[in-house]
Design a protein around this ligand. Structure first.
Ligand code: ZN
Length: 500
């Protein structure tokens, strides 16, 4: 079989063990030899941090199309596909990709797993770069607040961790206790604070309403750090108890309870007219039928009225399209786990080797010092040797920390996404319309109505999953029953915006 080899490295990755181009090529050639492939061309991309262009990836794609290549041999998935678009490009080729480090079964689940891994590698990198940059990640893991101290605390001590600022902390506690009684609005609480002779800050004696609300909703005061929507346990001393915090949240909820004066419609405020961009509202006709229509009617938009019952069916499809059968789910999660184990195993081996090297270097450095003291080696030689070993030691340490646990993260995220998707439809069927509406807003956005059909785009990462599930269908991978279900006419507008 005719094969090509593809290897890629970014300047950053060159530091990582096993990522160099020669190492990748070596591994690919070995695999090709073992399987009896005839390698007719090798393509290499070395990327700098600034230019992300992959000139040779494009050349390879052209080459494969022209020369009838059957196999692409590559070290790992993330070498070949940087994002889901690359995955689709490769997937559209006649040649099938083979990976040294990861094996995907040649069936529907293998294909979807491979796609999910591409997706998650991208997610993982995104997460790394914006949320958990290097030290910040470790800081958060140690329970240390990575930003400036919030009101009530000071940054001090090693690692500038949070220390209680007694006067401010007393004010925080006062606000929580007083508001928890439920007898005060935010405005009334500010007034009482002033009347009780308390001082917020030297320059502003009373917190602004917004500041006060943020303070009363910030879980950091009972020991939880909320960072970009996620919660992490903090190592700092809490100011309020969890019970008090919860009580305050209950007061907020009670104050916000919608007054049920008007009849509410399931999809009210959710849909936009596809023709004129006006809001779509609902009204009751003949005392009992609920109709949805565009609010731009008077300005000449003439899309038809649509019965709520018809819309319900179309909205149900949003959740239904994510439905994964139990059997299919098991296949995906199993192969996701298996392919991750390979990566974990690989990382473990590399780490063992690096640790041994570190041990050797440490011993040498110690021995050389003793030799210098004993007069066996001279000062100059000792200086030269020990600085060389110290440098190598730093390098080894850096390689070890770069190994990380990307594989595990990938697997956990992947399992969570398919778990979520699998539960979505059964859960949806059980729930009342308020909950259904919530789920629909989580899964997709841009609900547009053209008078007859509902159009929408799935949110990430459900878009990828649906695309994956739809792909199975046109590749003829599903049995006839499942195919029938998916081939029913679907009215949706699929967003073609892919990640990366
Ligand atoms: Zn309209």
């Amino acid at each position: 079989m005719k094969a090509v080899i593809y290897a890629r490295v970014s300047s950053k990755e060159q530091e990582r063990e096993g990522y160099s181009i020669p190492a990748q090529l070596e591994a690919c050639r070995t695999l090709a030899g073992k399987r009896g492939y005839r390698v007719i061309q090798e393509f290499i991309d070395v990327e700098s941090a600034k230019e992300a262009g992959r000139t040779n990836f494009g050349k390879m794609v052209d080459y494969i199309r022209k020369d009838g290549v059957e196999v692409i041999v590559c070290h790992k998935v993330d070498r070949l596909c940087r994002n889901f678009r690359d995955f689709v490009t490769v997937d559209d080729l006649e040649a099938s990709p083979i990976f040294v480090e990861e094996e995907f079964p040649d069936n529907a689940s293998g294909k979807l797993t491979y796609g999910l891994k591409v997706l998650l590698a991208k997610h993982y990198i995104d997460n790394l770069s914006d949320e958990v940059k290097k030290g910040m990640r470790q800081k958060i893991a140690r329970g240390e607040w990575p930003h400036l101290a919030p009101y009530g605390y000071r940054n001090s001590g090693p690692g500038r961790t949070l220390q209680i600022e007694p006067t401010e902390a007393a004010n925080v506690l006062y606000m929580y206790r007083t508001f928890a009684t439920g007898d005060f609005s935010l405005q009334a609480l500010r007034k009482k604070f002033r009347e009780d002779g308390l001082v917020y800050k030297s320059r502003s004696r009373v917190p602004a309403k917004g500041q006060l609300e943020n303070m009363l909703k910030n879980p950091i005061y009972f020991g939880i750090m909320r960072i970009k929507g996620k919660e992490y346990p903090g190592s700092h001393e809490p100011i309020v108890s969890k019970e008090l915090f919860d009580k305050v949240q209950d007061v907020f909820r009670a104050a916000n309870k919608p007054k049920m004066t008007k009849r509410t419609f399931i999809y009210g405020g959710m849909i936009t007219c596809a023709l004129c961009g006006c809001a779509v509202t609902a009204e009751i006709k003949k005392g009992r039928y609920v109709y949805y229509h565009c609010t731009g009617n008077r300005d000449g938009c003439d899309i038809q009225y649509i019965r709520e019952e018809e819309l319900v069916l179309q909205f149900d499809r949003v959740a239904e399209r994510l439905n994964i059968s139990g059997e299919f789910y098991d296949m995906i999660s199993q192969s996701l786990q298996a392919s991750t184990q390979d990566e974990v195993e690989f990382n473990r081996k590399v780490e063992a080797r690096l640790s041994k090297r570190r041990e050797t270097l440490r011993k040498r450095i110690d021995q050389a010092y003793v030799d210098k003291l004993d007069g066996i080696i001279g000062e100059e030689l000792w200086q030269q040797k020990s600085s060389q070993w110290e440098k190598e030691l730093t390098d080894v340490d850096r390689q070890i920390s770069a190994l990380g646990t990307s594989g595990l993260c990938c697997m956990l995220q992947g399992t969570r996404i398919i778990e979520l998707a699998r539960n979505a439809y059964p859960w949806y069927l059980e729930e009342d319309s308020t909950q259904k509406r919530k789920l629909l807003q989580i899964l997709a956005s841009n609900y547009l109505l053209d008078g007859r059909n509902l159009h929408y785009s799935y949110k990430k990462p459900f878009d990828i999953l649906v695309k994956g599930l739809d792909r199975q269908e046109w590749l003829g991978w599903l049995d006839s029953n499942q195919r029938y279900r998916l081939q029913r006419p679907v009215y949706y507008h699929f967003s073609l915006i892919l990640p990366g």
